[in-house]
Design a protein around this ligand. Sequence first.
Ligand code: SAM
Ligand code: DTB
Ligand code: SF4
Length: 324
Amino acid sequence: MAKVPLEKIQSIYRKRFFDLISEGRQAFRENWPEHEVQLCTLLSIKTGGCSEDCGYCAQSAHHDTGLKRELLMPKNIVVEAAKRAKANGSTRFCMGAAWKGVRETDPKFQQVLETVREVSQLDLEVCVTLGELSEEAARQLRAAGVTAYNHNIDTSPEYYDEVVSTHTFDDRLKTIHHAQDAGMSVCCGGILGMGESEADRLRMLQVLTTFDPEPESIPINLLVPIAGTPMEEKSKPVEVFELVRLIATTRILFPKAKVRLSAGRETLSREAQAMCFFAGANSIFYGEKLLTTSNPEAQADLKLLEELDLGLQQAVPFHGEPVE
Ligand code: SAM
Ligand code: DTB
Ligand code: SF4
């Protein structure tokens, strides 16, 4: 879609609260008639020791967070985890690696491709988040069976330098283009609560409106403050109604996207989460662990969704063709 003017996004975000969430609801109902929520399971397949200095991240080697580093997980362990995720109701399995990026010739990348080939036989949406990608690496991932690539822009272009210094906002966009050109859908969103302004949050959404095609999913993370990271000091708890406004605005701008209520859900009450679902969120990370931090208990999530009469989304078949 054409870049949406910031004033337009601001005028949506600043509507009267109940008008805004009603519009978010309307956009949701028109595009997601089954009222379902997608459960996604995350697995950190390579943990810690990352060369990048993302100011929020437990896994950066630049911050002393006390995290135990772990080597790339063997294929069979990952495949077992994916099977369990599916048996527990997840329809998307997302594998994350704490890497600056991948090189096609690296045997570790070859191992990831092997793993993806097996996971993709399980009839799950297969998402990976491995950092920077060349065009060729993106093609290989798609050919191996990856359906979606997660690469967040995290905040506005203007605030990005406050958060990371080892790569640029444009580097992130380049990888996103490579993923799209290879025929993968893109999962791209950001983090709230890193000391950014309201305008930064809305400019982040504005950048997403320039993507072609639009992001297939948009994770909205609340900063999980990690001791030892620079963002722990800048961290500001996000007002729940600001979060709900942002979700409704995202739903209105991207009616067909999965809007994923992501990290930080443990800080939200059940009522706050219900309001996020009302406003248009339709996906969560499910299971007791995100990458390195904790997540609500699976049983508690299932109970909440049941009490809210929200069904579980089936996997959406992926029709994109690998690009040769
Ligand atoms: N290395 C890859 C990358 O940078 O894209 C993938 C892993 S990275 C951990 C994936 C995303 O998780 C980040 O872009 C960020 O949005 C989110 N994230 C990481 N740490 C977080 C934290 N402490 N609180 C909230 N979100 C976080
Ligand atoms: C995303 O936007 N959030 C997920 C997923 N994409 C990879 C990761 C959240 C990580 C939260 C912090 C941690 O567990 O280390
Ligand atoms: Fe963390 Fe990814 Fe940044 Fe590495 S590139 S520090 S894993 S967010």
